[in-house]
Design a binder for this molecule. Structure first.
Ligand code: HEM
Length: 268
C-alpha cells in the first residue's frame, strides 16, 4: 500500500523535472530573447516563473497519465514506482510558481492588483493547497492515522480536483492570449523577441488537455462504474486493447496538433 521512497525514485523525478524546466526555460529564452536579464519593464523572474509553472503543469499531468500508461502498456509498469515522487516534485515547482508570482513579480503581477477572489486565481490557490495536502499525507504515518481506504480516496480524488482547478486557472488566465495568438499572432517588442513562436503555456496546456481526454475515455468507455469504486481490476483484455488503441490514436492526434501549432506562422 504505502510505497517507501528511495533516493533513486527522487533522482528520476528530479531528472525529469529539471529536463522539462530547462527545456521550457531554453524555449522561452529564444521566444522572449532573455531569461533573467529582462528589459526594465519586466521582472527578473518573470520568464523563469513561466518555465517553472509550465513544468509543474506537465509533471502533475504526467502523474495523472501514469495510471493509463501502466494499465495499457505492461512494459511501463515500473514507472508507477516514480509516481509519488514526480507528484511531489511537481507540487514543489507549483509552490515556487505561486510564491514567485505573489512576492517577486512587482512589475508584471503587482500584489495590490492580484485579484485573489477571481475564479481563475482562486482555482490556482486552492489547487496548490490541495497538492500540498496530498504531499503532507503522502507519508506512511498519514496512512496509519487516516486508514488505507480514506487515504486512497483522498489521493484519488485530490489529484482529480487539483487537475480540474489547474484547467480553470490556466485556461481562465490564458485563453484570451492563446486565441489572439492563434488568430492574429503577436507583435515583436523588447520583451518578446519572437512572438510567433507558440506560447509555452499553450504547449503545457495542450498536453494537460490530452491527458484529461485519455482519462475521460477510461471513465466512460472502460470502467464499469465510471471509476467511482476506485478499482481498475475489472479491466478485461478487450477493454485493455481498446484503451491502448485510443491512447495511441489520441497521442498521434496530439502530435499533429503540435505540428499545426508549430507551423502556424510558417506554412499558413
Ligand atoms: C495548481 C496550482 C497552479 C498551477 C498548476 C499554475 C499554473 C500556471 C501556468 C501554467 C501559468 C501560465 C504561465 C505562462 O504564462 O507561461 C500560470 C500563470 C499564472 N499563475 Fe499560476 N498556477 C498555480 C498556482 C498559482 C497560484 C497559487 C497563484 C497566485 C499566487 C498563481 C498565479 C498566476 C498568475 C498571476 C499567472 C499569470 C502570469 C502571466 O500571465 O505571466 N498561480 N499558472
Amino acid at each position: 500500500m504505502h510505497k517507501p521512497s528511495s533516493g533513486r525514485d527522487y533522482l528520476v523525478a528530479l531528472l525529469l523535472a529539471s529536463s522539462v524546466t530547462v527545456f521550457l526555460g531554453f524555449y522561452l529564452f529564444i521566444r522572449r530573447g532573455y531569461l533573467f536579464t529582462a528589459p526594465s519593464s519586466v521582472d527578473m523572474l518573470y520568464v523563469p516563473n513561466k518555465a517553472i509553472a509550465g513544468a509543474g503543469v506537465i509533471l502533475i499531468a504526467f502523474v495523472f497519465l501514469l495510471g493509463p500508461i501502466v494499465r495499457y502498456f505492461d512494459r511501463f509498469d515500473k514507472w508507477l514506482g516514480y509516481r509519488k515522487e514526480i507528484g511531489i516534485v511537481g507540487t514543489f515547482l507549483l509552490l515556487a510558481h505561486g510564491t514567485i508570482t505573489y512576492f517577486y513579480l512587482p512589475l508584471k503581477s503587482p500584489r495590490a492588483e492580484l485579484d485573489l477572489d477571481s475564479p481563475d486565481l482562486l482555482a490556482g490557490i486552492i489547487g496548490i493547497a490541495i497538492l500540498t495536502f496530498l504531499f503532507v499525507i503522502s507519508f506512511k504515518k498519514a496512512i496509519d492515522i487516516l486508514g488505507a481506504k480514506k487515504w486512497w480516496f483522498l489521493q484519488r480524488w485530490g489529484i482529480r480536483v487539483a487537475i480540474f482547478l489547474t484547467v480553470v486557472h490556466v485556461v481562465g488566465l490564458k485563453w484570451e492570449g492563446w486565441w489572439k495568438w492563434i488568430t492574429v499572432g503577436g507583435t515583436q517588442t523588447p520583451a518578446l523577441t519572437n512572438p510567433l513562436m507558440v506560447p509555452a503555456s499553450l504547449i503545457a496546456g495542450l498536453f494537460l488537455l490530452w491527458v484529461i481526454v485519455v482519462r475521460l475515455y477510461e471513465v466512460f468507455f472502460i470502467y464499469d462504474n465510471l471509476g467511482f469504486a476506485g478499482n481498475e481490476a475489472s479491466q478485461t483484455p478487450e477493454s485493455k486493447m481498446r484503451g491502448r488503441r485510443f491512447f495511441i490514436g489520441s497521442f498521434w492526434t496530439l502530435v499533429i496538433l503540435y505540428i499545426i501549432l508549430f507551423t502556424r506562422f510558417v506554412l499558413w
